[in-house]
Design a protein around this ligand. Structure first.
Ligand code: NAD
Length: 476
């Protein structure tokens, strides 16, 4: 923090454990409110007193391109480290945690390079200069499931707008987060612009309520998001919240099931099910219900469960024993509630270590059942029957959440018509894949505000209107 390495004030550290082996990967200092305070002060100083607050967008863009190069140089190591921390299959980790962060930083560097910070408009009294100023010090709080992607989705637009950042990553993935500090220092960012303080819930809460923080950017559970939103409201502090989901995959009656199953890994099982926007409710037309259940079951049985560093593995372990037990409790609850188990349902018999859960499919589920309403955050999907398109849309929308979604059909225009009617932040037709160039986020209990795309810059911007004379108007 503040451009230097520091021990935690308490001397506490966290042992980061490898999800597939249950062995120690290393220790990271575990910050508390005192460390958060130090980091926020460093960020404040960089912004208020240091050169950072006076940089032009073009200068920031130059630093960001160098930052991206440094992240790229570490990409393979970062991808491997994250896979070991949280179980992400290595091929996915190379994209999401390896090359993805550099690409996102470059995208926002290009936006910064083209950014105009002042626009002069005629006004009834002369002219108004509308300024886009940095929101200030950003408190960024991230979960463990896609730790690099979710951090860079906050850091990159914040830097583009000239904000300073305090990142508090989750303790489960504390080690990979330091690459942001190392890369920022190597790129030449002034000390205090990018600060990383791993810590638990208390450190996160201290960051949210710190008087030196101007904006909070959070990704995590809806429960934590509610607490952070309430505190931000009390403080009148802007916050973006990217929260949980229970999205629907709508298989229309004309869907090509080969196309559907080809996309299923990304749309419903990405990252061992530990992805917020996954479509874990699969809605199938009643007349093709058994066919869809069969296809999903066959797909799940074909997933290769094992060490995420093994290139052939498509389903790694859960991030922790506690999370594995939460996922198993959801499965047990569904079984107790009478859901029909198609495949999976427990821990794989051939794994004596690592926090693995079998890819699990339930049929005979109603949308009102707990397994269809609660986010599991593991490789568990349910298949729900519907009678016509209207009912499919109604079931898709009958959820507390609204984050992802997909429609599968041989008629793309019909798919688009259905997609328009689903209350969700993102939805794919015949595939689901995040587009960094477009806004991402949720409706309803899935969140507040959007990340990614040029739209995300607004979340790191304060507008100021300077009322001036007509002499500032551009000559025509
Ligand atoms: P979590 O909410 O328990 O923790 C997320 C982060 O917030 C961690 O860094 C944690 O230390 C911190 N935190 C927890 N409580 C806090 C509080 N009261 N104040 C401040 N900080 C607090 O979530 P998790 O279990 O780490 O992650 C899984 C959840 O994240 C799932 O619900 C998933 O859907 C959600 N998620 C959402 C998105 C999205 O973009 N919408 C993306 C990924 C994950």
């Amino acid at each position: 923090m503040g451009g230097t390495w520091a021990e935690s004030a308490s001397g506490d550290s966290v042992d980061v454990i490898e999800a597939a082996t249950e062995e120690s990967l290393g220790r990271a200092a575990l910050g508390d409110a005192r460390d958060i305070d130090r980091a926020v002060r460093a960020a404040r100083a960089a912004l208020d007193d240091g050169p950072w607050g006076r940089t032009s967008p073009a200068e920031r863009a130059e630093l960001m391109f160098r930052f991206a190069d440094r992240l790229d140089a570490a990409a393979e190591d970062t991808a491997t480290l994250v896979s070991r921390e949280n179980g992400t299959p290595i091929a996915l980790s190379r994209v999401a945690n390896g090359i993805g962060p550099g690409e996102t930083v470059r995208m926002y560097a290009r936006l910064a390079a083209g950014l105009s910070t002042e626009e002069v408009r005629p006004s009834p009294h002369g002219a108004t200069i509308v300024r886009r100023e940095p929101a200030g010090v950003v408190g960024a709080i991230t979960p463990w499931n896609h730790p690099q992607t979710l951090a860079v989705m906050k850091i990159a637009p914040a830097l583009a707008m000239g904000c300073a950042v305090v990142l508090k990553p989750a303790p489960e993935t504390a080690l990979d987060a330091f690459v942001f500090g190392e890369a920022a220092a190597a790129a030449g960012f002034p000390g205090g612009v990018v600060n990383v303080v791993p810590g638990g819930r208390e450190a996160g809460a201290a960051l949210v309520s710190h008087p030196g923080v101007d904006k909070v950017a959070f990704t995590g559970s809806t429960a934590a998001g509610r607490a952070i939103g309430a505190e931000s409201g009390r403080l009148i502090r802007p916050c973006t919240l990217e929260l949980g989901g229970k999205s629907a995959s709508i298989v229309l009656d004309d869907a090509d099931l080969d196309v559907f199953t080809a996309g299923l890994g990304e749309s419903s099982f990405r990252n061992n099910g530990q992805t917020c926007a996954l479509q874990t409710r699969i809605l199938a037309p009643r007349r093709r219900y058994d066919e869809v259940v069969g296809a999903v079951g066959q797909f799940a049985r074909g997933l290769v469960v094992g060490d995420p560093l093994d290139e052939s593995v498509t389903c790694g372990p859960m991030v922790s024993a506690a999370h594995r037990d939460r996922v198993l409790a959801h499965i047990d609850g569904a079984l107790a509630g009478g859901a029909r188990l198609v495949t999976g349902g427990g821990r794989p018999g051939d794994r004596d270590r690592g926090w693995f859960v079998e890819p699990t499919v339930f049929a005979g589920v109603s949308n009102s059942d707990a397994i269809a309403r609660e986010e599991v955050f593991g490789p568990v999907v349910v298949v729900i029957p519907y009678d016509d398109d209207d009912e499919a849309v109604r079931i898709a929308n009958d959820s507390d959440y609204g984050l992802g979604g997909s429609v599968w059909t041989s008629d793309e225009a019909r798919g688009l018509d259905v997609a328009r009617r689903v209350r969700t932040g993102t939805i794919g037709i015949n595939y689901y894949a995040l587009d960094p160039g477009a806004p991402f986020g949720g409706m309803k209990a899935s969140g507040l505000g959007r990340e990614l795309g040029p739209e995300a810059l607004a979340a790191y911007t304060e507008y100021k209107s300077v009322y001036a004379s007509a002499r500032w108007l551009p000559e025509v």
